[in-house]
Write a protein that binds this ligand. Structure first.
Ligand code: NDP
Length: 449
């Protein structure tokens, strides 16, 4: 049994049995047996089941949000938003089931057809920072394409995944279609990666573990999609609406206590506007409400664990421009921290995954692009300017998969999400995600002779 903690109080809120390799094999076998029937469910019926699941997520929205907040320590308003997104994801992929189809291709002496075939059993390995949301980004397209699933939540945050699997059964998904396997990555995660009956791994987590997933998957030529770390730049030009950029910046890096792969943890500011921007940013960060995640007014909660707090604290050195306050009680709290840095410094190179942002001045547009791209990662980023042509030039030049202009938002249900470089490959969300959970089959029919 593993004790599941509330990071805001350090109290145990549940005991969950850690799955073994044998449990993993049983879950994979259940998914394998369920696959032939699930893949042949008529598309409108599969869509209806996913819509029902979306409806149940909405109906149980407050319960799921409370559970997520207690397990992850994230502010309740964030959990409500994420659970609402989960329902939206299942509605979207319910609608996509019958819109993801093949082609007929003109060829000589026959007819050529393509089909989108499911892969079979897919293993989904998700992290602790957005447990139910990231699970749904993978479950939606995987189930819509006709795959069956073994979902491994992070050991620290299994509770909403377990509840979601119950709701899936209530919605009428057949037994074996969605299996949840709480357990450690090095045991059951590893087993999913190596098992010959698992056709694909959809993984979100650290670049380090992503690398080992990719290497492990090579043994059986498994398909993989990897959503990995980030070190995204929030690029603020002097001609931007500085008040708007500064008011938004804290949420882009301190949201979810910085435990966000899209965190804009490098804030690049054009030198001419640097002092003014930093003044506005410090003021905005001071106003961020840090405290009890169950309070509707809270905007930032604690980190996930004592280990994470220790890791994050190793980055909060150098020239500290601002350090916020945290509750003095128990809990894995860490204050919002702004440090001045060079892009060569460790705080600007590594994924902190906590509320620490590096402030870096730049000279001009070329310099901004150079610094933004001087990282092994390429997930996300923002560009703040009133010059539309510059916004597009810089957006094209920055090597990242998900960019926003005069905004720090990265995620929408209907648009593709994923990284360049060592932030991974493959796309989640939108119609693009369906590519990662299906194979194209080409069938040629001779019509002559
Ligand atoms: P991990 O990459 O270790 O965890 C992600 C998932 O992978 C978890 O479900 C984990 O299981 C599982 N896992 C771990 N080892 C293996 C393995 N050998 N084979 C298969 N699956 C495995 O992230 P951590 O939770 O350890 O966080 C460490 C750091 O990673 C963070 O500080 C942050 O920098 C980064 N990170 C980035 C994320 C992102 O979205 N970019 C998300 C999470 C972390 P379990 O945890 O149960 O052992």
């Amino acid at each position: 049994m593993t004790a599941v903690l509330n990071p805001a109080t350090e109290e145990a809120i549940a005991e969950v049995p850690g799955a073994t390799v044998e449990d993993a094999d049983r879950a994979i076998e259940a998914a394998r047996r369920a696959f032939p029937a699930w893949r042949t469910v008529a598309p409108p019926d599969r869509a209806r089941l996913l819509r029902r699941l979306a409806g149940l997520v909405e109906e149980h929205g407050e319960e799921l949000a409370r559970l997520e907040t207690r397990n992850v320590g994230k502010p309740i308003q964030d959990s409500r938003g994420e659970v609402a997104m989960v329902a939206e994801v299942f509605y979207f992929y319910a609608g996509a089931v019958d819109k993801h189809h093949g082609e007929t291709i003109p060829v000589a002496a026959g007819v050529d057809l393509t089909f989108r075939e499911p892969l079979g059993v897919v293993g989904l390995i998700v992290p602790w920072n957005f447990p139910i949301a990231i699970a749904s980004w993978k479950l939606g397209p995987a189930l819509a394409c006709g795959n069956t699933v073994v979902l491994k939540p992070a050991e620290l945050t299994p509770l909403t995944a377990i509840r979601l699997a119950e709701l899936a059964l209530d919605a009428g998904l057949p037994e074996g279609v969605l299996n949840v396997l709480p357990g450690s990555g090095s045991v059951v995660g590893q087993r999913l990666v190596e098992h010959p009956d698992v056709a694909k791994i959809g993984f979100t987590g650290s670049t380090e573990v992503g690398r080992s997933v990719m290497a492990g998957a090579a043994g059986t030529i498994k398909r993989v999609t990897l959503e990995l770390g980030g070190k995204s730049a929030n690029v603020v030009f002097a001609d931007a609406d500085l008040e708007a950029a500064a008011a938004a910046a804290p949420f882009a890096v301190f949201g979810n206590a910085g435990q966000d792969c899209c965190a804009r943890s490098r804030i690049l500011v054009e030198r001419g506007a640097y002092d003014r921007f930093v003044q506005l940013l410090v003021q905005a960060t001071t106003e961020l409400r840090v405290g009890d995640p169950e309070d509707d007014a809270t905007q930032m909660g604690p980190l996930i664990s004592a280990d994470q707090r220790e890791k994050v604290s190793s980055y909060a050195s150098g020239t500290v421009v601002f350090r916020g306050n945290t509750p003095a009680d128990r809990g894995f709290w860490f204050p919002c921290t702004l440090v001045e840095a060079r892009n060569e410094d460790r705080v600007a190179r590594e994924e902190v995954f906590g509320p620490v942002a590096a402030l870096i001045p730049f000279e001009d547009e070329d310099d901004a692009v150079r610094i933004a791209n001087d990282t092994p990662y390429g997930l996300s980023g923002s560009i703040w300017t009133r010059d539309g042509a510059r916004a597009l030039r810089v957006a094209r030049a920055v090597e990242a998969g998900v960019l926003s202009v005069n905004s720090n938002t990265s995620v929408r249900v209907s648009t593709p999400f994923g990284g360049f470089k060592q932030s991974g490959f493959g796309r989640e969300l939108g119609m693009h995600a369906l590519e990662g959970y299906s194979e194209v089959k080409n069938v040629y029919l001779a019509t002559e002779g």
